[in-house]
Write a protein that binds this ligand. Structure first.
Ligand SMILES: NC(=O)C1=CN([C@@H]2O[C@H](COP(=O)(O)OP(=O)(O)OC[C@H]3O[C@@H](n4cnc5c(N)ncnc54)[C@H](O)[C@@H]3O)[C@@H](O)[C@H]2O)C=CC1
Ligand SMILES: O=C1[C@@H](O)[C@H](O)[C@@H](O)[C@H](O)[C@H]1O
Length: 337
């Protein structure tokens, strides 16, 4: 049984604790921590046998913790991932790996020096049945060479820690990672177009239209609307030379009545990607429990997403196209996706 310590017991921390303890097999939670100590204590009450640590570093050093799950805010990820690598412990880090390119480079350097993969990043769309089917449809060759992709990433609202640039660094990073994986190519440039503002968004520039180009010339547009109230709606359509392929409808039911056709919309990511998170964490547990390396999104993927995310933030500020330049990929990360 893999013993796991969870840092950050907020929304996704609690959701992952629920799945590790009630849904998945092969792992048990032995420790939790949060800067909000009262919250950590309340959460631990539902976890028999789990201790509450004062700090993330203390949790990582705990001999009763084999592996670490980081679910704190993005800017705090680097310190915990580096501490886990230094302790030689496997770490599953929620996205983003870190919020800047420099921080991700430090994690790359530490993991390369350790000489083995110790980090997996929580880009769960790679485990979603609909995204996997879309990738399989492209790879079957039926629509010909993929040329473009239209995406929409819509949230009903955003969390309290959300800042002006979070629409890129916290939300669009999912499409940035997904596009690299879907097309099997790195992203070479980013630009951002700014429409008029949504009145629900306060000071945020919401929505945005992010345009990415891959090294092979494919163009991807991403509508980012993070205060659209009606629900959580994730869309994607790939346009190929001979046809198109789209994410299918996610709704379990369609009701026809009263002169309307209606189907429910998920409230947030917990509902839409519930099964993807289950598969993602189960595969991570299975791969690291026996002393192996994780097979999911790597430190390199987290780094590449951060570089594109930095470029998109710069594109938002400047209004110009910003080129993406990645460092040479270390041999530890031989396969892109
Ligand atoms: N893969 C996905 O779809 C999702 C990923 N996330 C990611 O998970 C992370 C957390 O997001 P949420 O749970 O929505 O936020 P949240 O605000 O609900 O929870 C974060 C928790 O981390 C704690 N925290 C902050 N700094 C800390 C530190 N230095 N040490 C220990 N605890 C600390 C906070 O007190 C809070 O309880 C973010 O990086 C976010 O991007 C969040 C939602 C979905
Ligand atoms: O990762 C997530 C959140 O942190 C982020 O704030 C949302 O915009 C995303 O849809 C969700 O998947």
């Amino acid at each position: 049984m893999l013993t796991v310590g969870v840092i950050g017991t907020g929304m996704i921390g609690q959701d992952h604790l629920r799945r590790i303890t009630r849904v998945l097999a092969g792992a048990t939670v032995t420790a939790v921590t949060d800067v909000d100590a009262d919250l950590a204590k309340r959460v631990a009450e539902g976890l028999p046998g789990a201790v509450v640590h004062q700090t993330g570093e203390e949790l990582i050093a705990d001999p009763a913790v084999d592996a670490v799950v980081v679910c704190s805010w993005g800017p705090t990820h680097e310190q915990y991932v580096l501490a886990a690598i230094a302790a030689g412990k496997q770490v599953f880090c929620e996205k983003p790996l870190a919020t800047t390119e420099e921080a991700c480079r430090r994690i790359v350097a530490a993991e390369v020096a350790a000489g083995r993969r110790l980090v997996q990043v929580g880009y769960m769309r790679r485990y979603d049945a609909a995204y996997r089917a879309l990738k399989a449809a492209i790879e079957s060759g039926e629509i010909g060479n993929p040329l473009m992709m239209h995406c929409a990433h819509r949230n009903a609202g955003v969390p309290g820690f959300y800042e002006k640039e979070s629409i890129i660094t916290d939300t669009a990073v999912h499409e940035i990672d997904m596009v690299r994986w879907m097309f099997g190519e790195e992203i070479s440039s980013a630009r951002v177009l700014v429409p008029r503002k949504n009145r629900n968004g306060g000071d945020l520039q919401d929505p945005l239209l992010l345009i990415l180009q891959t090294e092979g010339g494919a163009l991807i547009d991403v509508e980012l609307s993070v205060n659209i109230r009606y629900g959580y709606d994730i869309r994607g359509e790939v346009v190929g030379e001979d046809g198109t392929a789209s994410l299918g409808s996610q709704s379990p039911v369609v009701v026809r009545g009263g002169g309307r056709v209606a189907s429910p919309v998920p409230l947030d990511w917990r509902e839409r990607f519930a099964r993807a998170y289950d598969v993602e964490l189960q595969e991570w547990i299975d791969s690291v429990a026996s002393g192996g390396s994780p097979t999911g999104p790597s430190t390199w993927d987290g780094y590449a997403a951060a570089v594109v995310s930095d470029a998109a933030v710069e594109a938002l500020r400047s209004g110009s196209l910003v080129a993406v330049s990645l460092m040479e990929r270390p041999a530890l990360y031989e396969v892109v996706a």
